[in-house]
Write a protein that binds this ligand. Structure first.
Ligand SMILES: [Zn+2]
Length: 101
């Protein structure tokens, strides 16, 4: 019987972690992400911090290319996820309320 690999060492933090701490990535040989979830999150956060301006301006320019598409997308999203849409609406209302204060 083939042994089931249940732990994997993360090359970033050098900690041996259970495979449940690694996200799935089917294209990889072991079907798991290279780094553990914590490191992947940190990495993408670092990436975001390094590229925040870039990402933001890209998003804005994409929006400017086809604003109607994005408006439609968020409408469809709200339709498909009424609870989430309501939640983000609440959040933005709170934000607005904070601004008024
Ligand atoms: Zn790690």
């Amino acid at each position: 019987m083939e042994e089931i690999i249940s732990v994997k060492k993360c090359p970033r933090c050098n900690i041996i972690k259970p495979v449940s701490d690694f996200a799935n990535q089917k294209v990889r040989e072991d079907g798991l992400f290279y780094f553990c979830r914590k490191c992947s999150a940190e990495q993408s956060h670092e990436y975001y911090l390094r590229n925040a301006e870039n990402i933001k301006s890209k998003r804005i320019s994409r929006y400017n290319l086809d604003p109607e598409k994005y408006r439609k997308y968020s409408r469809d999203y709200a339709k498909g996820n009424p609870e989430k849409a309501l939640e983000s609406k609440k959040k933005s209302m709170i934000k607005t309320a904070d601004k008024i204060k």
